[in-house]
Design a protein around this ligand. Structure first.
Ligand SMILES: [Zn+2]
Length: 357
């Protein structure tokens, strides 16, 4: 989910070393020594996810570490079967690394871990969030509907969609492994003889872990560093005063310390070079959105629903509307936490943001 009004011109400033080449479904394509790219279809607007295979040795066995898993559907299981068949050089999977708890990343982790009798490695925050989403109450429901209503959402279709979304996560992530190995910011993993450092990122998922290998010159960026679309950054009902956008922007600044010629392997889109350019583009993108919202809040008090057309210059369906609301609140909160707007709750129960008089 993302907004992309003028990204294509910007995209040309990035370099795609693989050109237009994509791995065929069910195959693995080498992008760097010991690093293979698997691309699986998704039945969403965002129609694919990239998964990565890292040649590894663990506990004396040769095989592969997997980074991210795809959602749990018969189609993605079938694609994995093909990868097992032809993409692993006959070697086993040794561990399953998950960047964050979103369904396209963790959905099949339980199946991969069971099948290969291996451990899932993930941040603790995302592990427990995934357990809650899959084995617990789920996300969405009445609390989410009420939260978005308090930010001005009135469309009955969108509200109904949110109310009934309790089972959405479980549908794509029917189970989460019973145990995990914890990844934390600054941890170093040895994968295939190379050191990979964990870089935690916030604002997109509770505690997203990207991995950087200085030796390979590669960043496994997950959803925190995408070449074409801007990462979804949202505020949800469980943490209604979150400053998700500020967290996100601060997080991507940490990638600026990596070398300029780093090859970024993103979860969506193509492997790219131009990391520093991309960080600057994302800052500019959000700065422009914030400036537009600030001027809107100067003209009159605005709620999140009021500013949706400013952020998204296209018609949104009910599903997209709820994502868009989360993003709109994230932008308004960034202005609020920066002291550029104040918020007040109207007699109608709706939060509105305005510049101080
Ligand atoms: Zn994600």
């Amino acid at each position: 989910m993302a907004h992309v009004p003028h990204m294509n011109a910007l995209e040309q400033r990035l370099h795609y070393p693989m050109g237009e080449t994509l791995p065929a479904p069910g195959t693995a394509l080498e992008v760097a020594p010991g690093i293979r790219w698997v691309r699986m279809g998704l039945p969403f607007a965002l129609n694919h996810i990239n998964l990565w295979l890292l040649r590894d040795t663990l506990d004396g066995r040769d095989g592969w570490s997997v980074v991210d898993c795809c959602i749990d559907t018969p189609e993605s299981r079938a694609q994995w079967e093909q990868v097992f068949e032809s993409g692993l050089d006959g070697l086993p999977i040794l561990r399953v690394i998950v960047t964050h708890m979103h369904p396209d990343h963790i959905g099949l982790a339980h199946w991969l871990c069971e099948r290969w009798d291996v451990r899932m490695w993930i941040s603790a925050t995302d592990y427990y969030a995934a357990r809650l989403g899959s084995h617990g109450a789920g996300f969405g429901g009445e609390g989410a509907a009420e939260f978005f209503r308090s930010h001005g959402l009135a469309s009955p279709e969108a509200m109904e969609k949110i109310r009934t979304r309790r089972n959405y996560y479980k549908g794509l992530v029917p189970a989460v492994p019973q145990s995990f190995r914890r990844l934390m910011d600054g941890d170093t993993l040895s994968i295939g003889g190379r050191e990979w450092r964990c870089i935690a990122g916030y604002g997109h998922a509770p505690e997203h872990i990207a991995l950087h290998s200085a030796e390979a010159g590669v960043l496994l960026g997950g959803d925190m560093m995408l070449p074409r679309i801007s990462t979804n950054v949202s505020v949800f009902d469980a943490e209604p005063e979150a400053d998700a956008l500020t967290l996100f922007l601060r997080s991507i600044d940490r990638f600026a310390q990596l070398p300029a010629d780093t090859l970024t392997l993103p979860a969506h889109g193509k492997p790219f070079e131009g990391l520093h350019e991309r960080i600057a583009q994302l800052h500019q993108h959000h700065r422009e959105r914030l400036a537009e919202l600030l001027s809107a809040c100067t003209a009159a008090p605005r709620c999140a629903a009021d500013v949706l057309p400013l952020l998204f210059q296209r018609t949104l369906d009910a599903h997209q509307t709820s994502f868009a609301m989360g993003e709109a609140i994230a932008h308004l909160h960034a202005l609020w936490f920066a002291g550029q707007v104040r918020r007040e709750r109207g007699a109608d129960g709706i939060w509105r943001f305005r510049t101080p008089a």
